[in-house]
Design a protein around this ligand. Structure first.
Ligand code: APR
Ligand code: PHB
Length: 405
């Protein structure tokens, strides 16, 4: 871009430039706005496209509290379903795990991520804070200087945002992590040899709680969005494609993997949506660089087995938000290194739990008879012991969030 072009582009100033208007970006933006910290969100897609994404729907209490703090919890508290337990089955043997009893009184809320996103978008619109949808060619500049800035195009017009900090809430495929020098990135990845085939249907859920089903035919999950909308998943090989499936085949296979009494009462119906998602674990330990902070899927990906994706994003947001308040209200830039320290400690515990739930419940084609019997013994121990129930419950409802200081 020539100097003349650079001078001709419209320049905006803000305190925190947020890249990405998914749950992480919207939640951080709303919290900052309510705290009087100026921010602008740049989103590559349209608002409708963002809302079209189907995602998980289990909120830890900490996540729900943060959504309320952002002023976007009214519909969640009205329509969200409190779950004080969750269920497991192994080869059809059904067990209830009392989350409240084994987590010291905590529970989770079942409320779709799409609805969380919608509520945050509505609140942001009411606040008048700026979200630029369909922002193209977002680029980050001078990220390790005292004057970082972001450029982008909107309706083919060039724009520049001068800012103090950049919050990368742009997911795994975003631009922010890629703006950190490659030799500064410390990354870890594990790819699982299977995916989840998901189906959404306007049918009543087969059970009043979520049921995680381990079976020699493969894992299945019975979940829900409301009392009239169900969400089911089947483990499929990583080579499988959606063309191999139809509704009838899905329902037949689900009935084979869930407890018999549930199979008998399962209400089937047309699929509102069917799709396959791959499973992997990814962590970028470089969660901050210069004036960049990485949050949510921009920094980490977990298999959905532990329902941690959105909740881990929310804990990054809470830590970043508390830090920005300290910086702008008290000048506490000395706390900046605490962001990565606090987030990584929590990220790895959630990555571990998501990995463990995935190994605990899925069928590995490479595994032999011995491995299957060990998996059965693992199920017997964790589901039938106080210690086992406690470790699952306290991780599932969410571990306590470490304070900045
Ligand atoms: N410029 C602007 N926006 C971008 C760019 C870019 N270069 N790249 C990606 N984005 C946008 C995407 O369009 C998306 O709306 O960033 C947003 C990232 O949102 P998510 O991928 O949902 O990530 P996050 O907000 O961290 O939420 C994590 O979403 O994917 C699930 O399982 C995950 O539940 C977890 C949650
Ligand atoms: C979902 O409802 O989509 C869901 C619930 C729990 C999980 C994963 C997905 O662990």
């Amino acid at each position: 871009m020539t100097k003349a072009q650079a001078n001709s582009q419209a320049t905006i100033k803000t305190q925190v430039a947020i890249i990405g208007a998914g749950p992480s970006g919207l939640l951080l933006g709303q919290l900052l706005t309510k705290a009087g910290i100026d921010n602008i969100i740049l989103e590559r897609k349209s608002g409708d496209y963002v809302l079209s994404r189907i995602r998980a729907g289990v909120l830890e209490q900490g996540t729900a509290d943060l959504i309320r703090e952002a002023g976007a919890g009214v519909r969640m508290d009205k329509e969200g379903i409190i779950h004080k337990g969750t269920d497991f089955s192994f080869q059809g043997e059904h067990h209830h795990l009392d989350l409240e009893k084994y987590s010291g009184g905590k529970h989770v809320i079942v409320y779709g991520q799409t609805e969380v996103t919608r509520d945050l978008m509505d609140e942001r619109k009411k606040s008048g804070a700026s979200t630029i949808y369909e922002a193209d060619h977002v680029k980050l500049h001078d990220v390790d200087s005292e004057s970082p800035y972001v450029t982008y195009h909107h309706n083919d017009e060039p724009f520049r945002i001068n800012c103090d900090y950049i919050a990368g809430c742009d997911g795994f495929h975003g631009v922010t992590r890629k703006s950190i020098p490659q030799d500064k990135l410390v990354e870890y990845e594990k790819v699982y040899p299977f995916g989840w085939l998901g189906l959404m249907s306007d049918t009543p859920p087969v059970h009043d709680e979520l049921v995680y089903c381990a079976h020699e035919r493969g894992f299945a999950l019975c979940s829900m969005r409301s009392e009239t909308r169900s969400r089911y998943y089947l483990q499929v090989p990583d080579t499988d494609t959606i063309d191999n499936w139809n509704e009838e085949k899905f329902w037949d296979e689900l009935k084979r993997r869930i407890p018999p009494e549930m199979a008998e009462r399962l209400v089937t119906g047309p699929a509102l949506e069917m799709s396959i998602a791959p499973l992997r674990s990814y962590v970028c330990e470089t969660m901050q660089y210069g004036k960049i902070f990485l949050l949510g899927d921009a920094a980490h990906i977990v298999p959905p087995t532990g329902a941690k994706g959105l909740n881990l994003a929310a804990s990054d947001v809470e830590t970043a938000f508390r830090l920005f308040v300290k910086i702008y209200n008290e000048g506490r830039t000395d706390l900046i290194p605490r962001y990565q320290e606090i987030c990584l400690a929590r990220v790895w515990k959630a990555v571990r739990f998501s990995w463990w739930m995935t190994m605990f419940l899925h069928r590995f084609e490479s595994a032999g008879r011995f491995d299957f019997r060990v998996q059965q013994a693992e199920f017997d121990y964790f589901i039938h012991s106080e210690a086992g129930n406690t470790t699952i419950a306290e991780n599932y409802v969410g571990l306590p969030l470490e304070e900045l200081e």
